[in-house]
Design a protein around this ligand. Structure first.
Ligand code: F0G
Length: 411
């Protein structure tokens, strides 16, 4: 039997695994903990004999029986070696872990399979979340699969169309709030507890248990531990989850090195980066966060203390990037490597470029950028602006000349 419990990252109070709790009584964030001795035999050979998805690492996930899990075959995403992008960035050994290949097109699916499985186990009558879009889309899909009611709240006019469409099509009840993501999370959290819906934002420690598998897969695919792992940061959950994955692999002897965790935010929504850079004692929220990367348009990240530990313990780095730098990175990633990501996901690449240019990041080390979501999520006009397409009449001569001209052009 695996021994699993919930533990406060601050006062270390413990709670049973099957108690619904999103914060410790002291107010601290909770983490799912496992007695590593109780996990049974853990080895790469064993893992690699299984299908490549989140569940390959079952011993390191906080469940007993595999037969009752809710899954859409999440994880198992590609890790691309990107030589042309590396030249552009000035890096030597660069990889992109493309999380857009998950079932709903973002990394959230890694966490939702665990979150929804947990919701069913706890007998929840429904699930809920606040979201900048991807969490909503993912929760909606997994609730559909599980047959459990789902309510998602998104900030009105601030969610990419693709994500909104996903949530509605998967059958979630979509509530649009006249307000920010931070306000939505506050409200949903409060109300969900009152009406008995299970909250599946990243404050829920079970979700991060699924998200930590991105670290397992990265090492599994690379065959070693990279020097840096760069991620976009919004509510600060994913960087903490990935770091937990590395810590656990080290604790069970699967690796004996650690990467530096690199957190990237947008200039208009950078409370976490400012906290680290300025060495503040506590987070200074951004009241009106603004960035083209709507997924990480977050001013009051709830998991900042976990993310801070990740950056500190891993001797990590942070950087903030402008909207123009994000768009440039998105276009370079797509046009040089054929990898199409949404703006938030491109932030990790833009941030690495910046950190190499400033000399803060060792360009000779191995760098993995986690690109968290697909380009298809967000076809906003401002992202399409400046990209080229040509209109033509159905005249063969005209089309022939046009094609000949286009082939003669170098770019
Ligand atoms: N990248 C993408 C594409 C995201 O959707 C998010 C978060 C992040 C990065 C940041 O991850 O919050 O764990 O630091 N999206 C959430 C949502 C907030 O509602 O979809 P984080």
């Amino acid at each position: 039997m695996k021994k699993v419990w919930q533990e406060c990252i601050e006062c270390h109070s413990t709670y049973y695994a099957d108690i619904i709790k999103y914060r410790c009584d002291c107010g601290g964030l909770l983490e799912v903990r496992m007695d590593l001795e109780s996990l049974g035999d853990v080895s790469w050979d064993k893992f690699r004999s299984r299908k490549f998805n989140v569940w390959r690492y079952f011993e390191l996930l906080p469940f007993e029986g595999y037969n009752r899990v809710v899954s859409l075959d999440e994880g198992g995403t590609p890790l691309y070696k990107c030589e042309k992008l590396a030249d552009w960035l000035g890096a030597r050994d660069l990889y992109v872990k493309y999380e857009g290949m998950n079932p709903t097109g973002s990394f959230k699916d890694r966490g939702m399979c665990i979150g929804i499985t947990k919701a069913l186990k706890l007998g929840a009558k429904g699930v809920a979340c606040a979201s900048t879009g991807n969490t909503a889309a993912s929760l909606a899909a997994y609730s559909a699969k599980a047959g459990i009611p789902c309510i998602v709240m998104v900030p009105k006019q601030a969610v990419a169309l693709g994500k909104l469409f996903q949530a509605m099509l998967y059958g979630a009840k979509v509530v649009r709030l006249e307000g920010t993501f931070d306000e939505a999370l506050n409200l949903v959290w409060k109300v969900a507890e009152e009406v008995g819906a299970y909250l599946l934002n990243s404050i829920n420690p079970w979700r991060l248990e699924g998200q930590k598998t991105v670290a397992f897969e990265t090492v599994d695919q690379l065959g070693r531990v990279p020097g840096y792992v760069a991620l976009p940061v919004g509510n600060c959950g994913n960087i903490a989850a990935a770091w937990k994955g590395f810590r656990e692999m080290e604790a069970v002897g699967l690796i004996n090195e650690r990467p530096s965790m690199v957190g990237i935010q947008s200039e208009g929504a950078s409370p976490f980066v400012d906290l680290v850079k300025e060495g503040l004692a506590t987070l200074k929220p951004v009241e009106k966060p603004s960035t083209i990367a709507s997924a990480i348009r977050i001013g009051r990240p709830v998991n900042w203390k976990k993310a801070l530990l990740a950056v500190k313990e891993s001797d990590g780095l942070v950087a903030k990037v402008s909207d123009n730098e994000i768009i440039e990175a998105q276009r370079m990633l797509a046009s040089l490597e054929g990898i199409g990501v949404e703006p938030a996901a491109a932030a990790s690449v833009a941030g690495v470029k910046k950190l190499i240019e400033s000399g803060d990041m060792d360009a000779n080390d191995t760098i993995v950028c986690i690109c968290t979501g697909s380009m298809l999520k967000d076809p906003s006009p401002e992202l399409i602006k400046g990209l080229e397409s040509i209109d033509v009449m159905p005249n063969p001569e005209l089309v022939r000349n046009l094609f000949a001209y286009l082939l003669s052009r170098r770019s």
